[in-house]
Write a protein of this length. Sequence first.
Length: 211
Amino acid sequence: MDIVLMGVPGAGKGTQALKLEKALDFKHISTGDVLRKEIASGSELGEEIAAIIDNGDLIPDEMMLAILKKEVAQIKQSIIFDGFPRTTAQAQMLKEMLGSLGRKLGKAIAISLPEDVVVERLSSRKQCRLPDGSVKQIGPDFSLQDCQALEGEIFTRPDDTPEHVLHRLAVYHEQTEPIINFYQREGLYAEVNGEQSADQVFEELLAVLKA
Ligand code: AMP
């Protein structure tokens, strides 16, 4: 069964998805990472995407779906969708796409977090670009020292500056929050408390998945 991880930017979706991937046989797809990979490839599509992301806006639904479909088609295991869907239209598209591939969504889980904590978390978060071009987030699993030891370059995501964070939160409330109603109607919605340690959030997630 596939799952969707939802939550405001900075709620810890990526961290929890990686934990689930390690603990259970899931494959993690972060649409943000997929888009950043496209940008790093230097393609024309990547340039178009960069202009939208750096502004903190959303990639148009049809473009996003086309990019995502290519990724999903290659995967056999259960998938954790992180960063998708972000609009109700995308939630509907996901349902149809999974159905057409003989897959099914089992749960849509939101990691909740108060807004002041989000702004503080995102504005202080740092990334590491490794010499092979891959990007890792600095955190409990990958420290600043790890980055330096591998001769990586430390940077802040352009969309993590305080003014972009506030805009992304506004986009989240306007476009992404309505998805909660969609998944409640589908009987798939669950919520975990993101204001605790990553391990505690993970325990709650596992309990929801077992329920
Ligand atoms: P994230 O890494 O999930 O915070 O995503 C970074 C940025 O990528 C977002 O602010 C959007 O500009 C874009 N993005 C990621 N996922 C989607 C999506 N499902 N639909 C539209 N844009 C997206």
